[in-house]
Design a binder for this molecule. Sequence first.
Ligand SMILES: Nc1ncnc2c1ncn2[C@@H]1O[C@H](COP(=O)(O)OP(=O)(O)OP(=O)(O)O)[C@@H](O)[C@H]1O
Ligand SMILES: [Mg+2]
Length: 264
Amino acid sequence: MSDAAASLSDVVVRRSGRHLLDSVSLRIESGERWVVLGPNGAGKSTLIRLLAARLHPTSGTVDLFEERLGRTDVFELRTLIGLASAELADTIPGDETALDVVVTAGYGIVGRWRESYDDMDLERARTLLVAFGVGDVADRPFATLSTGERKRVLSARALMTDPELLLLDEPASGLDLGGREELVRTLGRLASDPATPVTVLVTHHVEEIPPGYTHALLLRRGGAVAAGPIDEVITSRNLTATFGLPLVVEKHGQRFTARAIGLD
Ligand SMILES: Nc1ncnc2c1ncn2[C@@H]1O[C@H](COP(=O)(O)OP(=O)(O)OP(=O)(O)O)[C@@H](O)[C@H]1O
Ligand SMILES: [Mg+2]
């Protein structure tokens, strides 16, 4: 068996007497691309915070690259992890340019603090912005960007440090249909590139699962409904149990669709 990028065993996260995650076990191997689906409040972002070494479990164990959370230097661990989330976006100063938002990832910070960066870093940041379809906003302040443009800049930032683990929490929310399809295509291309790190993508919609994703975890009220190879997990029965209404899931080529039964 290959080394696990992340391994969760019986993980519980409890806050104010509530279980945000309840007995979740999961093993993510190198090369895998995971999607995490579940309704609002299911615990998806809580899971991402654990995987990003930004939260410790109340009980159970989290191992990232064979290092146990709680027994290791999280700052060192975080250099291996690329994260894009709404929580992170909220910490970005509005006057920071899109290019700076990406390039500062290399220094593990938000907010530009140096007058000059390495030319290679700047070039890499520009290339990533272009890859995510936002090369033209590189010099604009982050605060002036649309929701979708910000999302794409954050995805570019997450890849800036060439991480070993890429975590994308709802990268497609707020994108228009064309923007979503472009992002799905970009993420699909990344998924098929062996140089791309282990990836965990959170979404509410099966339509946003990029081609080439290999595994899925379904969460409901902090518990795992199903986890494993994507075609075994993304089924009508499992989605119905996860979202609490009768759903039909179909797969066309490498893309999924879902719709509720009895609404037409
Ligand atoms: N400090 C806290 N105390 C109590 N409850 C909390 C705390 N932090 C988060 N929660 C709750 O934990 C649950 C899980 O939150 P989380 O952000 O992980 O959900 P999510 O699946 O990412 O939801 P969404 O799809 O809306 O982003 C939510 O019901 C949230 O209100
Ligand atoms: Mg969330």
